[in-house]
Design a protein around this ligand. Structure first.
Ligand SMILES: [Zn+2]
Length: 248
């Protein structure tokens, strides 16, 4: 483990363009449960019922009551953890270009990363379905459900529901970043869900090194990733950044 931390710091020090791909595992230490997998939200709820665009359009109040209200409570309180802070520190050190994330919590931006590509949009903002005004989720008044814009239009998360397309610009930009980088950190994701799954493959085919930080091995391990540092995202990023700061 200590050897791999040192190796990761050396690889970061040598790299010219570093990007990160993050998933739910990057945010669990901020007490945001994952959607998929064990203990995930989709064990409690059927996503087709509570997170499909058709359900929302049919009955926005129901989706607000079942899902969005609780997520707002959770995310209004959530703070960046050591993983987010570590990635922000890498940017501050001139070592991190772009963060591509499957998460919708906005915590990378809150930590200080300035170029964050969000495959699934963001829950940190709501947008009016009539006039497209954007309102920060934490400023949304919950007296009325569904909450409304000053124009009377219904507010919806600025995130991607099931049944909606991944924003095309996010796809295009992340693919380009994967081609251009020479080191990709894959953190807290098994990268089995598209389009995230494609990015390490694109990076690898373009000659990039792939370092994986995950609690368990994934389909990427020993296949696409050069090596896996097994551990929680926050503590591992802390150790790598501390090691890197001694080197540069
Ligand atoms: Zn409006």
């Amino acid at each position: 483990m200590a050897d791999l931390i040192k190796k990761a710091a050396e690889d970061l020090a040598a790299a010219k363009m570093v990007i990160a791909l993050t998933g739910a595992g990057a945010s669990v230490e901020s007490e945001i449960p994952p959607f998929r997998g064990k203990g995930g939200l989709w064990e409690k709820f059927d996503p087709m019922e509570v997170a499909h665009i058709d359900s929302f359009l049919r009955d926005p109040a129901k989706v607000w009551n079942l899902l969005i209200k609780d997520m707002k409570d959770l995310l209004d309180r959530a703070q960046p953890n050591d993983c987010h802070k570590g990635l922000a520190k890498l940017e501050e050190l001139g070592k991190m270009q772009t963060v591509i994330t499957q998460n919708i919590d906005g915590l990378h931006q809150l930590a200080g990363n300035t170029d964050v590509i969000e495959f699934h949009g963001t829950f940190a903002w709501q947008r009016c379905m009539d006039c497209n005004t954007h309102i920060e989720t934490r400023r949304v008044d919950m007296i009325e459900i569904p909450p409304r814009c000053h124009c009377g239009g219904i507010l919806r998360p600025n995130a991607v529901f099931f049944g909606e397309m991944i924003p095309q610009q996010a796809l295009w930009r992340s693919r380009q970043a994967a081609i251009d980088c020479d080191l990709m950190l894959v953190i807290g994701t098994s990268a089995v869900v598209q389009p995230a799954a494609l990015m390490p493959v694109v990076a690898k085919e373009s000659g990039s090194k792939i370092i994986e930080i995950n609690p368990e091995s994934t389909p990427l391990t020993g296949n696409i990733s050069d090596y896996l540092i097994k551990g929680p995202a926050g503590a591992t990023m802390n150790a790598i950044v501390a090691q890197l700061e001694k080197m540069i």
